[in-house]
Design a protein around this ligand. Structure first.
Ligand code: UD1
Length: 421
């Protein structure tokens, strides 16, 4: 298995295009199932999670083709409703196929998603909402058998927490259900609006995305469509953190600044200068990064949990002590022990991480424990003196389209140990 090797200390500079959003492309690919014609999805990043989604679609009988960053899916020949357990294990977010498959054929079988690297990730909100829409769920030997015997019907759903995945699953099940579905306390993430834009362009009638209340008027059927995935706000934050921690200056193109406001304010607080112009921004790092007293992750438009590890990696090099409070996932600090191998001074307790900035990080061997934690190691490795060797990089490849090539383009001394398969 190949590793990433970084010879740290290079100042990043230059210009890159930011990839399409991982958290958008996955639900949109699942959504092609409820559009039983050809759908063309542009700006699809080249990620292992996208490959897994395509495998699921193909396994269910869809015809998929990838040409550059465009994936075409023809779900007309859908012939199965069971999502293979191995693929479900590979990518927990494959749970979003549940709503899509039930929406299309009225039943689905998935394996019960267990814990993952971020701690337990239950799907109770997804399941209780589907039950309200007429789905009966039985659990046997670790599988969930879901069936809407009398068809799906619209329902009024109150989410106790604005779960991103639950909101997506409800939307996918509701687009062709009978009648109106209303989601109260819906997730407001831009990726939800992107999914709704895709579905509406295929004939769905979804209103209110981006607000607390989403209305879905069920329609008879959807048709094929063409859509371009929104930019990845977390990948953008990753490259910004890499620029900041190395004292660099980088221009990011193909971004949506309005999706990144909470992140931009933290970069500014750390002393970075950010100039926005249309769909581009330039980040210029200060000579020395300042501490950021407290950053709290929360739901959109608040600071995203997924950008937390990158912020923590950056604040390792700030002057003074910063605090990060993780409010979304229970067990998100596993990568911190790996950052400490590079000399980071971080203490964690429960949902709080206290980061004491230090002048020098030094290269070391470490392992990615999860996707964003892995990216945080890359970020810290760029700032560390000497060699950093990162293992278990399959976690990183789930969400970044050629992170090594992109950082090398910005002047980093970074490479894979061996040819990637
Ligand atoms: C999505 C994103 C992930 C991001 C997260 C929060 C995708 C593919 N993944 O994950 O990158 O970190 O949003 O922005 O889009 N919860 C329950 N019961 C449920 C559902 C969720 O208790 O039925 C809890 C989870 O355990 C977690 C919190 O709600 O503590 C947030 O989860 P959710 O918003 O559902 O995140 P995901 O959709 O899994």
């Amino acid at each position: 298995m190949s590793e990433i090797i970084i010879n740290g200390g290079r100042v990043l500079s230059g210009e890159i295009d930011v990839q399409g959003a991982k958290n958008s492309v996955l639900p949109v690919l699942a959504a092609t199932i409820v559009c039983p014609q050809t759908c063309t999805v542009h700006n699809c990043p080249d990620l292992s999670d996208v490959e897994t989604s395509v495998k699921i679609l193909t396994g269910l009988g869809c015809r998929c083709k990838r040409e550059g960053n465009t994936v075409t899916v023809d779900s007309g020949g859908l012939s199965d409703y069971k999502i293979p357990e191995s693929l479900m294990r590979e990518m927990r977010s494959s749970v979003v196929f549940l709503g899509a498959v039930i929406g299309r054929v009225g039943k689905a079988v998935i394996s019960s998603p267990g814990g993952c690297e971020l701690g337990p990730r239950p799907i109770d909100l997804h399941l209780s909402a589907l039950c309200k829409m007429g789905v009966t769920i039985t659990e046997e030997h670790g599988f969930l058998y879901c069936e809407a015997e009398n068809g799906l019907r619209g329902a009024e759903i109150n989410l106790s927490f604005p779960s991103v995945g639950a909101t997506e699953n409800i939307i996918l099940a509701a687009v062709t259900a009978k009648g109106l579905t209303v989601i109260h306390n819906a997730a407001k993430e831009p990726e939800i609006s992107d999914l709704a834009d895709f579905l509406n362009s295929a004939g769905a009638r979804i209103y209110g995305c981006g607000s607390d209340t989403v209305y879905i008027n069920g329609v008879e059927r959807l048709h094929g469509t063409e859509h371009s995935i929104i930019p990845d706000r977390i990948a953008a934050a990753t490259y910004m953190a890499c620029a900041a921690v190395t004292g660099g200056k980088v221009k990011l193109n193909s971004i949506m600044p309005s999706h990144m406001m909470s992140q931009l304010s933290v970069f500014r607080e750390s002393g970075c200068n950010i100039e926005i112009s249309g769909k581009s921004l330039v980040i210029t790092a200060p000579k020395v990064l300042s501490r950021v007293p407290t950053v709290r992750s929360t739901v959109y438009p608040g600071f995203p949990t997924d950008a937390g590890p990158l912020m923590i990696a950056m604040l390792c090099k700030a002057v003074g002590t910063s605090v990060f409070v993780e409010n979304i996932f229970e067990n998100r600090f596993r990568y911190v022990d790996e950052l400490k191998r590079l000399g980071a001074k971080i203490k964690t307790e429960g949902k709080i991480a206290v980061i004491e900035g230090c002048e020098r990080l030094s290269g070391a061997g470490c392992k990615a424990t999860d996707l964003r934690g892995g990216a945080a190691l890359v970020c810290a490795g760029l700032a560390a003196s000497g060699n950093t060797r990162i293992g278990e990089i399959h976690h990183i490849e789930r969400g970044y389209d050629d992170i090594v090539g992109t950082l090398a383009e910005l002047g980093a001394d970074i490479k894979y140990t061996a040819e990637k398969e």
